[in-house]
Design a binder for this molecule. Structure first.
Ligand code: ACM
Length: 266
């Protein structure tokens, strides 16, 4: 099956969701793709000093203004969109990603492994990793940024039959892009890591984000890697069905050969 997947990298403006949305919308104009992945917290930026900042920009689902705008964009452009955002659920906040589909269906993932100061402001995800259908029934799983550190994240998605791992990110450590090669290889799945760029400063705090957004095939090979500065969208045609094949040699299957009773997984 031919399926075009895309990654978007940019530098969001801190606490400026309307400007960030407008920029994403103009970057997407004229795109021809089936699935695109945007960075983590794409509408708000990342370097929060206090929870009140998150309260200003967090959205409830499905009533959120920008959530509905992304739904409209998905329908207009006929592509599935995965983007990261701050989610409000009553008085709690989650670092979430949304999958919005052209047919109006949607799914929300709440980041399970919070990184660094995120722990001060967000609740850890309260629902297990899941797989959902994107455009044309392609099976995708979402994980967010630091979830890469835990091999169980990608493994759970792959065991639930994800073909593509969609991975919005705001990466500050230097290891993820290389590590994701192994996540794709060991699970035999495509992965799309959409990172942001730039340095964000908030008072005393600042973070430099590493860019290098990438799309990997089910062998862990780079199909696309952006540089650490550029803003833009890159697309590539893949065959998601290749991720259904877990055969390594005539005698070995990456999943059927697993020996869970021999593993130590407390
Ligand atoms: C991260 O999880 N945003 C590093």
């Amino acid at each position: 099956m031919k399926y075009t997947v895309s990654v978007l990298q940019f530098k969001p403006l801190f606490l400026q969701p309307q400007k960030n949305y407008d920029k994403i919308k103009s970057m997407l104009s004229g795109i021809s793709s089936d699935l695109i992945v945007l960075p983590e917290l794409a509408l708000s930026g990342y370097v929060f000093a206090q929870q009140e900042e998150i309260a200003q920009i967090a959205e409830s689902i499905p009533t959120g203004q920008f959530f509905q705008a992304f739904q409209g964009l998905s329908q207009k452009l006929n592509l599935s969109i995965v983007y990261g955002f701050a989610e409000r659920d009553r008085e709690l906040f989650y670092n979430s990603s949304a999958l919005v589909n052209p047919d109006g269906s949607y799914h929300i993932y709440r980041k399970i492994h919070l990184f660094y100061r995120e722990k001060l402001f967000f609740e850890p995800g309260d629902k297990p990793f899941f797989v959902a259908e994107a455009k044309a029934g392609v099976r995708i799983g979402m994980m967010i940024c630091f979830d890469w550190q835990f091999p169980e994240s990608a493994r759970s998605l792959a065991l639930k039959r994800a073909q593509i791992i969609c991975h919005p990110a705001n990466l500050v450590l230097p290891w993820c892009q290389e590590a994701m090669k192994i996540r794709s290889l060991e699970n035999r799945v495509y992965s799309i890591t959409a990172n942001r760029t730039g340095t964000e400063i908030n008072g005393e705090m600042s973070e430099y984000f590493t860019g290098q957004s990438q799309i990997l095939n089910q062998k862990g090979e780079l199909l696309i890697r952006m540089n650490d500065q550029e803003e833009g969208i890159y697309s590539v045609e893949i065959d998601p069905d290749l991720a259904n094949n877990k055969q390594v040699t005539e005698y070995n299957n990456a999943f059927a050969d697993r020996r869970p009773s021999m593993y130590y997984l407390p």
